[in-house]
Design a protein around this ligand. Structure first.
Ligand code: F6P
Length: 535
């Protein structure tokens, strides 16, 4: 079946996209709506036959059965022996969800209520720091314990009416130094967000923050909260259990923003808006579970991804939100997609027969237009682009800005598809008065090959509810691609080796161990650092 998709994808590379609009209602057929969201994938080289073949691939992979297995709490993360139930964190329907016969919802909802009480207490000033009401919240975490809340806090800035929130992730001392510099420890709450409570970056930053706090408050741990599955370790750190918010091992780090890891977001925007975020995600879950595959937004987003990557051989995809507040969405999606589907073996350990998930990257528009779009339009590689844009912004006084923003977004997908032919470029140069060889030479630089694929996701406005829908949409897209590839999207063994080697290099750098087992290049780099570091 893969060979069929590859053949179809490669054959379609020369298919003229603009001509594809001439027969039938391509616009009506190659889009999916759900609620107020519209996903348009008509500007691709996928034909109706190709789509049927992709849907067959999904059916053969037993997508519906595997989806149901996930939602029903089966241990589909086979290499870690875990269920995958981040969807339970946003299940506000009252429906029970069982893992090994036990309903997980009472604990999920109890934790949500505890988070809400804590968030309200901070927001209304009944929980204070040792110098007064909390003015600043610092979330210390990395990877999934950072990127979700960081992304969502920026996205929902118009709804943030609580204390300011800051995020520290990097073990680079510059990050914590620059973040804490302007803060008052007596009115700051530090949240240590770590599922395992062992991650070296997070624990190093947490200890540093505690020392910073201790310089001015008598009981630093009283201004700490923890988001973790490891209650014993949070207790060792000195954090009172009343400020520890736990979650189960069936919540993967990169899928965890919906639960306790979202506490900083909840404090910022308030419990009601946080519930709107959850309900948006839950609505997308219901759509994913109920809509026929061809009208199912996560499924069609995933099949478009499979078409471009494994079918047509485009190994990267650009995520291009025309929404400044989604500036961290590409980074968030990098972890979500690349940590989930960047695998080289299938569930049974056999080598994958096709490429794994693509390289995901991007920047908000219009900024990217003045940076890397040159390559997207005229480079030799084709980069499928995933545009997203809101119909309206949050600044009615600045509606003319928003109109320009939308015009730019739509113009880019149009330009990618249409391109500019040599004849058109020659006419432009002739109009400028050029003739002969010079006209030819200049015209060739102004040719756009066009026929370059993109998709567009449009939503009315970036509200908490819509953000929830978008994040859940991408989570399920990753799941669908993973199922079709036959891989486990929920482990991340690929991050382990680097961590182990970093641990073994630390004493070598310190000069406590010789590092004889290190390769010559690494030894030379160590020697350089030892010769140049602070004494
Ligand atoms: O980088 C690997 C990883 O395990 C991610 O999957 C996770 O989101 C991150 O580290 C942080 O882990 P923790 O929440 O346990 O500190």
């Amino acid at each position: 079946m893969w060979s069929d998709i590859e053949k179809r994808g490669r054959d379609a590379l020369t298919r003229d996209m603009t001509e594809m609009f001439e027969s039938g209602d391509r616009v009506g057929s190659f889009n999916v709506t759900f609620g107020d969201l519209l996903f348009d994938y008509s500007k691709t080289q996928m034909s109706e036959d190709d789509r049927e073949a992709l849907l067959t691939l999904a059916r053969q992979a037993k997508l519906a059965e595997k989806r149901d297995a996930m939602f029903n709490g089966l241990r589909i993360n086979e290499t870690e022996g875990r269920a995958v139930l981040h969807t339970a964190l946003r299940n506000l329907s009252g429906r029970s969800i069982h893992v090994d016969g036990a309903d997980v919802m009472p604990v999920v909802l109890d934790t949500l209520t505890r988070m809400e009480h804590f968030a309200e207490a901070i927001r209304d000033g009944s929980f204070t720091g040792q110098g007064g009401a909390i003015t600043d919240v610092v979330n210390i975490g990395i990877g999934g314990s950072d990127l979700g809340p960081v992304m969502a806090y920026a996205a929902l800035a118009p709804y943030a009416d609580g204390p300011r929130v800051h995020y520290i992730s990097n073990v680079d001392g510059a990050h914590i130094h620059d973040t804490l510099k302007g803060l008052d420890p007596t009115t700051t709450l530090v949240i240590v967000a770590s599922k395992t409570f062992t991650t070296i970056e997070t624990m190093t930053n947490a200890e540093t923050a505690k020392r910073w706090m201790a310089e001015q408050v008598t009981d630093p741990a009283a201004q700490f909260a923890a988001l973790s599955t490891a209650a014993d370790r949070t207790a060792d750190f000195g954090i009172d259990p009343s400020r520890v918010f736990g979650f189960e091992d069936w919540v993967g780090g990169r899928y965890s923003v919906w639960g306790p890891i979202g506490l900083s977001l909840m404090i910022a925007i308030g419990p009601n808006d946080f519930r709107d975020f959850l309900s948006g995600g839950h609505e997308m879950d219901m759509h994913f579970c109920g809509a026929p595959l061809a009208r199912n937004m996560p499924v069609m987003l995933a099949l478009t991804g499979i078409w471009h990557n494994q079918g047509q051989g485009h190994g990267t995809r650009a995520v291009l939100p025309y929404d400044q507040r989604l500036l961290r969405l590409p980074a968030y999606l990098q972890q979500l997609e690349m940590e989930s589907n960047g695998k080289r073996v299938s569930m049974d350990g056999a080598d994958l027969k096709v490429d794994s998930g693509p390289v995901v990257w991007g920047e908000p528009g219009t900024n990217g237009q003045h940076a890397f779009y040159q390559l997207i339009h005229q480079g030799t590689r084709v980069v499928p682009c995933e545009f997203m844009v809101a119909a309206r912004g949050h600044e009615p006084d600045l509606a003319h800005h928003h109109q320009l923003l939308v015009a730019n977004c739509l113009a880019q997908s149009e330009a990618l598809m249409r391109g500019r032919s040599l004849d058109e470029a020659r006419a432009l140069m002739a109009a400028k008065g050029l003739t002969g060889d010079e006209l030819d030479r200049q015209a060739r630089h102004r040719v756009f090959p066009g026929n370059r694929p993109s998709t567009t996701l449009i939503y009315p406005q970036l509200t908490p509810h819509v953000l929830g829908q978008i994040v859940a949409l991408y989570e399920h897209r990753v799941f669908v691609e993973g199922v079709i590839l036959g891989i486990n999207s929920f482990d991340q063994w690929g991050v382990e080796l680097g961590k182990e080697l970093a641990n073994s290099l630390a004493p070598v750098l310190a000069g406590d161990e010789p590092g004889a087992d290190k390769d010559p290049s690494t030894r030379a780099l160590v020697a350089y650092v030892q010769a140049h570091r602070e004494s």
